[in-house]
Ligand binder design. Sequence first.
Ligand SMILES: CC(C)(COP(=O)(O)OP(=O)(O)OC[C@H]1O[C@@H](n2cnc3c(N)ncnc32)[C@H](O)[C@@H]1OP(=O)(O)O)[C@@H](O)C(=O)NCCC(=O)NCCS
Length: 416
Amino acid sequence: MEALKGIRILDMTHVQAGPTCSQLLAWMGADVIKLESPVGDATRGQLRDVPNADSLYFTMLNCNKRSITLNMKSPEGKKVFVELLKKSDILMENFGPGVLDRFGFTWEKVHELNPRVVMGSIKGFGSSGPYADFKAYENVAQAMGGAMSTTGVPEGPPFVTGAQIGDSGTGLHLAIGLLAALEQRHRTGLGQYVEVAMMDGVMNLCRVKFRDHQRLRRQTLSEYSVPTEGLTATPRAGNDSGGGQLGNAVKCKPGGPNDYIYVVVQEAVWDALAKRVGPEVGQPELASDPRYAKIGDRRKNQNDVWRLLDEFGSNYTKRELMEILNELDVPCGPIMSTDDLANDEHVRGREMYVELDHPERGKWFNVGMPIKLSASPAQIKRSPTLGEHTGEILKEVLGWGDAEIAAMKQAGAFSK
Ligand SMILES: CC(C)(COP(=O)(O)OP(=O)(O)OC[C@H]1O[C@@H](n2cnc3c(N)ncnc32)[C@H](O)[C@@H]1OP(=O)(O)O)[C@@H](O)C(=O)NCCC(=O)NCCS
């Protein structure tokens, strides 16, 4: 049996941050009812690659859900919403500030209608503080949560990261909060309000940058390859490891944009690595060279270490270098392009790139479920078309008949 079987989620989320969370919970077995406006989640039509088909943006974030449309601006739509709310365990949303309140459903009202329901909200900046009224997207959160100022190289502009830490990262945080609230409900019988601000989520993921921020008050950051004297904020440091062990991206053959391997020069492996690399770069005594012998020395002279490793790496492809380094027990990883990953045996074997079918778009791929539950592995099913399950949900969850459904549709409660 799936881990969350029997948990019903009324999912008003849209775009990415909320749907990431509800898709994960659906993959764990929750019955996720995606409640959409009469025209549907805007991402259904965004960046379409197949005419008239739901976009990959939508299909990749809304698997295993059922779709119902409901006009929350009509009295009939609100009536259906209240009925569904009473039959749900979780209500979740990531509207702009105040949208749900304008519908007439504050947390207090929701709690009054169904005291057991857990409500999850994602906002750019939360419901309190000077930024509370502002909308946010991924890169706004990355900008304001400390990720951009610490990503890139010091002499270049701040950069966003490719991983969606603002949207999907916040969705993950919300999932944890919702599951904790469900657990607490077992003891109290009551739901609670779970709020995650995207800015807070990004700050949480930048925790070690705030470690370094505070260290700067007392010391320079000796592990950084860039100078840190006199700084008051954590700088951008390229591909530095950011941890106690030195690390960097090393260039490989034939020198294309992703021909790099990330190498962590762990203290324990220096001797073996230096013995393997030294002779090939004209430094047969590298392992005993006092400039690099201890981690403190290597930190001081790390740009030389990277230069030597670049020289060594340029004789090998990233895969060849991975083999060489793995034999020496050196932690390393080739820089994988999306194409590398889509065709990787390990990735396919772990069901992290799965093929699905869709009535409008045909075959397509989704990134799989990263959380592996031994007793209930995820069964990934395609995303729903707009309003695909409106009738089914009203019958099964609310016990309505065809005549009642037709009358509500006529009255404007839903579009499909
Ligand atoms: C993402 C975001 C910027 C999008 O902004 P937006 O497109 O203007 O969307 P909003 O959520 O503010 O508003 C949605 C509108 O659709 C309407 N709507 C949504 N569902 C509806 C329904 N079922 N029936 C009728 N109307 C509906 C809302 O009433 C609102 O209109 P209003 O402003 O007239 O009240 C905003 O939702 C936001 O800041 N969300 C919180 C942070 C977040 O999750 N961001 C990451 C997204 S990946």
